[in-house]
Design a protein around this ligand. Structure first.
Ligand code: NAD
Length: 279
């Protein structure tokens, strides 16, 4: 039976460490401010933004909330981003996605100063990640690395297989595992004989976006399995991309859903926010 990797506990540890860092910075007279922009009132976004504000409050970071109406134009949003880029008292800028359909998301993300881009989505930060320069890391994959490291799981030299090639999870995940000296394979919707590839994995990161898709047949005995997926099933319960019941019989370590990767995303966002003060 696999050991559980406790994302709730690890994310709480990280937030407590950050709280101490922020207090030390405050003692030197340095305040951190994060600007959080939400356009429209998508319910899920309101919950995410609320959680981000709460996390800021917990670690001692000031958050400036911009709640803009649905009919905000792209130009108005761009002007706000430019204004926040120029403000010396604003360290980080976060634009909650998705934006309404009439606003071109990529144009907004590109307008954010890369040194204030705490989500790590700006192409400059994506490039920095791939060439091994310092920059803001994409939060969910950075959280996976922390889960592995803080559980004492060695990445260097291991066969790491990532299922999924999205810009927010799969690709940055592969780059980060490579940075940790893993031997990395990326699988995607056109991969042939998926189980043959995934069974080579010492560390299998699943971000396929399909509930309970990865069963024990895809997993090598003793592998470490990280489930990035989040879905709500018919009973309104959260479930992942991995079939926890069968896979936990075979894996050595596994992340549960909820309580695995999920809580790490905000913790890593807070890491980026604290780092933004030095930029
Ligand atoms: P996505 O839909 O953008 O990407 C899914 C990927 O899976 C694609 O790259 C696709 O090529 C691949 N794929 C689809 N079918 C496949 C198949 N049969 N075989 C192999 N590969 C296949 O999803 P995403 O945004 O990367 O998110 C993945 C999952 O992670 C989702 O469940 C999402 O809800 C979850 N997620 C969680 C967090 C978090 O904070 N924990 C953050 C982001 C995403």
């Amino acid at each position: 039976m696999a050991q559980l990797i406790d994302g709730k506990k690890i994310s709480a540890e990280i937030k407590d460490e950050l709280k101490e860092k922020v207090a030390a910075l405050k003692a030197e007279g340095r305040e951190i401010t994060l600007a959080v922009i939400q356009v429209g009132n998508d319910k899920a976004s309101t919950v995410y933004v609320g959680n981000k504000k709460k996390a800021c409050e917990y670690i001692g970071v000031r958050s400036l909330a911009y709640e803009l109406p649905e009919e905000t134009t792209e130009e108005e949003l761009l002007n706000l981003v430019k204004e926040l880029n120029a403000r010396k008292d604003v360290n980080g800028i976060l634009v909650q996605l998705p934006l309404p359909a009439h606003i071109y998301e990529d144009r907004i993300l590109l307008a954010i100063d890369p040194d204030k881009d705490v989500d790590g989505f700006h192409p400059v930060n994506v490039g920095r990640l791939w060439i091994g320069e310092e920059g803001f890391l994409s939060c969910t994959p950075a959280g996976v690395i922390q889960l592995l490291k803080r559980t004492g799981i060695e990445i260097s030299g291991k066969n790491c297989v990532v299922i999924g090639r999205s810009n927010i999870v799969g690709k940055p995940m592969a780059a980060l595992l490579l940075r940790e000296n893993g031997t990395v394979t990326i699988c995607h919707s056109r991969t042939k004989n998926l189980a043959e590839v995934t069974k080579q994995a010492d560390i299998l990161v699943v971000a396929i976006g399909k509930p309970n898709y990865i069963t024990a047949d895809y997993v090598k005995e003793g592998a470490v399995v990280i489930d990035v997926g989040i879905h709500r099933n018919a009973d309104n319960k959260l479930t992942g991309d991995v079939d926890f019941e069968s896979v936990s019989e075979k894996a050595s370590y596994i992340t549960p859903v909820p309580g695995g990767v999920g809580p790490m995303t905000i913790a890593m966002l807070m890491c980026n926010v604290v780092r933004s003060v030095g930029k």
